[in-house]
Design a protein around this ligand. Sequence first.
Ligand SMILES: Nc1ncnc2c1ncn2[C@@H]1O[C@H](COP(=O)(O)OP(=O)(O)O)[C@@H](O)[C@H]1O
Ligand SMILES: [Mg+2]
Length: 235
Amino acid sequence: MNKRVQESAVLVCDGVKKTYHEGKLNVPVLHGVHLAVQPGEQIAIVGESGAGKSTLLHMLGGLDKPTSGVVRVDGVDINRLSENKRSLLRNQKLGFVYQLHHLLPEFTVLENVCMPLLFQTMPIEQVRETAIELLKRVGLEKRMLHKLGEISGGERQRTAIARALVTGPVCLLADEPTGNLDHKTAEKVYQTMLEMNRASNTSLIIVTHDLALAKRMDRQLVLEDGVLKEASLSS
Ligand SMILES: Nc1ncnc2c1ncn2[C@@H]1O[C@H](COP(=O)(O)OP(=O)(O)O)[C@@H](O)[C@H]1O
Ligand SMILES: [Mg+2]
C-alpha cells in the first residue's frame, strides 16, 4: 500500500489475517486484508454470508485482535495499546452499529444515546444537549423519552446510529445497518448516515447485502476468499 495513502487515512488495515481456533480445528477467515479509509470516504463492503465481513469489522474496530497484521486508527496501532487505552480510542474515534445493536432495553432512547459520552469528561448538561441535538438530526426527538421496548425496529436502528455518532467519531463502522428494515425505513437510516458523513466528514464503512445501497457509496469492495477486492456490482 502506498505510504501517502496510508498516512492520510483515518483507518488502515495492513495485511490483516484472522484464524479462529475451535478445539483442534483452525478456521481461517481473513487471509491478508488491506484497506486505507480516507477522511469522509464512504465504503460499502459486500460478500456472501460467512465470508468474514463481521470478523473484519471487529478487527477494524479493535474489538478482536488479528492473528497477524496491523490496524491503525488515526495513525495509532490499536493492538499495541493496553485494553484501557484501546477502549478510550474506540470511544473517541470510532462509532459502531452492530447487527445486534447492544442497546440497553431498560433505558430510554435519550439515555442510550448519552451513554458513550459518559465515558468522556463532559458536563452532564452538555452530554444531554449533544445527545438531543443528534436525536433531532435522526428525527427521534419525539421518541427520546420512550424506552427501547416502546419504539419500532427502524427507530431502534436510528437510535443505534445516533449513539454511534454522538461522540463525533472519525469513522462509523456499520454491520448490516439496514438489515431487517423495510425499504422506506432503510432509506431513512441510510440518509441519516450520509448526512453525518456530509456534516462532520465522518468516514463510513457499511457492510450490506443491499447492492442498490452499496452502489450509492464512493467505493464498493467485496470480501471474497479472505481478501478485499474492488467489487464490480452489475445491475
Ligand atoms: N468467534 C468465532 N469463533 C469461531 N469461528 C467464528 C467466530 N466468529 C465467526 N466465525 C466463523 O468465521 C466465518 C466468518 O464469519 P463472519 O465474520 O460472521 O461472516 P459474515 O459476517 O461475512 O457473515 C464463519 O465461518 C464463522 O462461522
Ligand atoms: Mg456478519
